[in-house]
Write a protein that binds this ligand. Structure first.
Ligand code: BGC
Length: 754
């Protein structure tokens, strides 16, 4: 270009910019215009500096808006069980606000255990309202990483081992949150299935397992839930960190699924400017944050997607195409959230939220065992109840990592039991064991003094004494939110209960047969004493209303209807990842700190593994008892053959044959009798939760379409349903199949959607 020409072009560009900046018609502010038009208008008004500023954090939990144009900052919050208390601008310590206590909802494992998508909607709507009231735009949750090993310290924040169940539960959660004009941020995408070496683990997994097991819940979040943001995980896949991963982000998420939202890095999950630019990351959070005292004037300027990005553009080493795409996505997010003038105002700690927390907790508690109908507790026969165990009194909403909360209140199991039974029976408490008396996370303290200076023998013998004299013993133990238990950044060291609890339970069971074990955990635990106790209740982390929810189930005010979202194995060697020796992976021999973790069990995760290896679990996936019983009648099928694009309707009558009202989760599994690639013996493909009065029958209807029969053919890179015989297994758990139906798929079909 000659000099005159250059001056001419520059003059035109400047005129366009000036015109745009001062243009009277601010299309981007006009809510009647389509979002994409508003995005283009806003984009055209922004300088490169303003664009880059939107791509990275400006504090621990916020990113910049465009002050000149009135485009607000984004405020994020953990997630996923309640709204995290305010921390300092540039530090994890508490900001010291007094208006930031929240309702703690039950942990996501409990939500999954309800097997009730209506509960997920209620959860999402309620937590979204809390986020909105606290002026947050992005809620960092829910998490849907598949339960591959019971050692994973973060399983309590996820939704179990089955991709279909997790997908069904995540969609309404997202819709509920986003109905508030608050973005859900589904995490941790993808393959973050344990915490050990979380920043350096490179997952090696075949495409079938990736598409059939590890991705479906994320895909449902995007395609059915319409989620607005997604968080990249810490680990690597195909040797690239998941936060800037060509395969996961560009090819699958944005390519195959057409995600039009924002990819947010996990805090400190970004490692490379060039990859962050080109491999699908949109917003970077938390790499290093001491921007107020150390280093450059503002450390956030040195983030991978900050000054280093601008430098590459300025030096002409990279164009602005990726930048424009990222900013378009972020602006779209703004119009969906903080620039949506019609979004509701939200509410905090409302009676409705407390009620929601308590309902979800009650529906998620799983009755694992109930010999001689010891539960519900019959108050006509009981004069004295012994409550034993640290978890009966320990606050569980503080700890566990980023999901730690500062709650308005948390009712302990002991207080819930006292409140419910205290006027009819004497309630005596003994500790039984001392686990972890501490109670602090990032400056939030429980204010509980759980120190006990007695010897273990003294503590145990006190418990045995009170157990001897009680009509019923309720042992409340399990795990807690300390490191190496149900806690971020570390995994459990084994399947067993910590703090010698097995011994305590066995000793108590010797002196009193009427012992009920309430296990509080987000993970399966070994139960070597299971034959010696009368009942076992899986109670998860229930949050604010913990004590009430447990007491409602123990008393029978609520008939338990939760079902396990994961298998409880007898031993770790029964779990595929451990049987294969593929946990936590192997350190590479090349001088790097990369640990390769080969998911060599492929698609055979959880009950799929048990089925092909004929392993009997301690408690199977989908298991959960009730105080009543359900009878499954003979199913009626609309046809015994199914053509491509056709469907089959199956109706199965289910009757409550007991004498109290109760709810059952009727589960439908598919068994492909012959296929060109190995398939699991059964796979969950539908379920319905129904509530029945005594003697009532409900006809449960399921529709089978060919997508429910398909597997991912990694050669074709397509979902394929092959012609041939199938069995439909209808049951009350993965090992309690009550009815089967056989039918034939007459044609092969390729299911379009990846
Ligand atoms: C966690 C995320 C969390 C983020 C912000 C990270 O350590 O992995 O789940 O949202 O911190 O607290």
């Amino acid at each position: 270009m000659n000099k005159m020409k250059r001056i001419f072009v520059s003059a035109i560009l400047i005129t366009v910019c000036v015109f745009k900046t001062f243009s009277l018609e601010q299309v981007y502010l006009d809510e009647t215009r389509p979002i994409d038009e508003r995005v283009e208008d806003a984009l055209s008004r922004m300088t490169i500096e303003e664009k880059v500023a939107m791509l990275h954090a400006q504090s621990k939990f916020s990113s910049a808006g465009v002050p000149r144009l009135g485009i607000p900052e984004f405020w994020t919050t953990d997630g996923p069980h309640g709204i995290r208390p305010e921390v300092l601008w540039d530090d994890w310590d508490q900001a010291g606000w007094t208006n930031d206590s929240c309702v703690a909802f039950p942990a996501l494992t409990c939500l999954a255990a309800t097997w009730n998508p209506d509960m997920a909607m209620l959860y999402g709507k309620s937590i979204g309202e809390e986020a909105r009231y606290r002026k947050k735009d992005i809620l960092l949750g829910p998490g849907v990483n598949i339960y591959r090993t019971p050692l994973n310290g973060r399983n309590f924040e996820y939704m179990g081992e089955d991709p279909y169940l997790a997908a069904k539960m995540v969609v309404p959660y997202i819709q509920g949150v986003q109905s508030n004009g608050v973005a859900a941020c589904v995490k941790h995408y993808a393959l973050n299935n344990h915490e050990a070496n979380r920043h350096t683990t490179n997952v090696v997994v075949d495409d079938r397992a990736l598409y059939e097991i590890y991705l479906p819940a994320f895909k449902a979040a995007v395609k059915e839930g319409g989620v607005w943001t997604i968080m990249g995980s810490y680990n690597l896949y195909k040797n690239q960190h998941a936060c800037h991963n060509q395969y996961l982000l560009n090819d699958i998420l944005k390519g195959e699924w057409g995600f039009d939202g924002v990819v947010v890095s996990d805090w400190g999950g970004t490692h490379d400017t060039y990859q962050a630019i080109t491999n699908g990351l949109d917003m970077e959070f938390g790499s290093w944050t001491n921007g107020l005292s150390n280093g450059a004037s503002n450390a956030y300027d040195n983030y991978y997607l900050a000054a280093p990005y601008q430098k590459l553009i300025r030096e002409g080493k990279i164009g602005t195409q990726e930048l424009e795409d990222k900013v378009r996505r972020i602006l779209r997010l703004a119009f969906r959230t903080n620039m949506n003038k019609n979004r509701p105002f939200g509410s905090l700690c409302s009676p409705e939220h407390i009620e929601a927390a308590s309902r979800i907790g009650e529906e998620g508690i799983v009755l694992l065992k109930n010999e001689n109908n010891i539960l519900p507790i019959n108050m006509n026969k009981i004069k004295r109840i012994a409550v034993i165990g640290e978890n009966a009194i320990k606050m569980m909403t503080v700890g566990g990592g980023s999901s730690s909360l500062k709650v308005k209140y948390e009712l302990s199991p002991l207080d819930g039991i006292k409140k419910r039974f205290g006027d009819k029976a004497e309630i005596v408490y003994a500790r039984g064991y001392v686990g972890d008396p501490s109670g602090e996370y990032n400056g939030v303290v429980t204010n509980q003094n759980l120190k006990d200076d007695r010897t273990n023998e003294e503590i145990l013998s006190e418990a045995v004494e009170i157990a001897k004299q009680a009509d019923v013993v309720i042992f409340v133990g399990g795990l807690n939110k300390s490191s190496y238990q149900d806690c971020e950044d570390s995994d459990r060291k084994g399947l067993g209960l910590p703090y010698n609890q097995d011994n305590v339970i066995s000793k108590l069971a010797k002196v009193n047969k009427n012992i009920v074990v309430v296990n509080i955990s987000g993970n399966a635990v070994a139960m070597p004493w299971v034959e010696d106790v009368a009942a076992v209740v899986q109670a998860w982390y229930l949050g604010t209303e913990c004590g009430n929810a447990i007491a409602s189930v123990l008393s029978g005010d609520v008939n338990p209807s939760g079902k396990l979202p994961m298998t409880f194995p007898v031993a770790l060697s029964d779990v595929a990842a451990h049987a294969k020796g593929e946990y936590p992976g192997k350190l590479r021999n090349d001088g790097t700190d990369i640990v390769d973790c080969n998911y060599s069990e492929g698609i055979f995760v959880g009950y799929r593994w048990n089925d092909i290896n004929r392993i009997t679990p301690l408690f199977p996936f989908g298991h959960g008892l009730s105080y009543t019983k359900f009878k499954y009648g003979k199913p009626v099928v609309s046809s015994n053959t199914m053509a491509l694009d056709d469907k089959i309707v199956i109706k199965v009558p289910v009757t409550n044959i007991g004498d109290c009202i109760g709810a059952e989760v009727v589960q439908l599994y598919i068994n492909d009798l012959k296929s060109s690639l190995p398939r699991p013996i059964k796979e969950l493909k539908d379920f319905k939760k129904i509530k029945l009065e005594p003697k009532q029958t409900i006809e449960v209807e399921f529709t089978i379409t060919s997508d429910k029969l398909a597997f991912f053919d990694d050669n074709k890179h397509e979902w394929v349903a092959e012609s041939g015989d199938f069995r439909v297994l209808i049951g009350s758990s993965a090992t309690d199949i009550r009815q089967t139906v056989r039918f034939k798929l007459s044609d092969d079909s390729i299911i379009a959607s990846k």
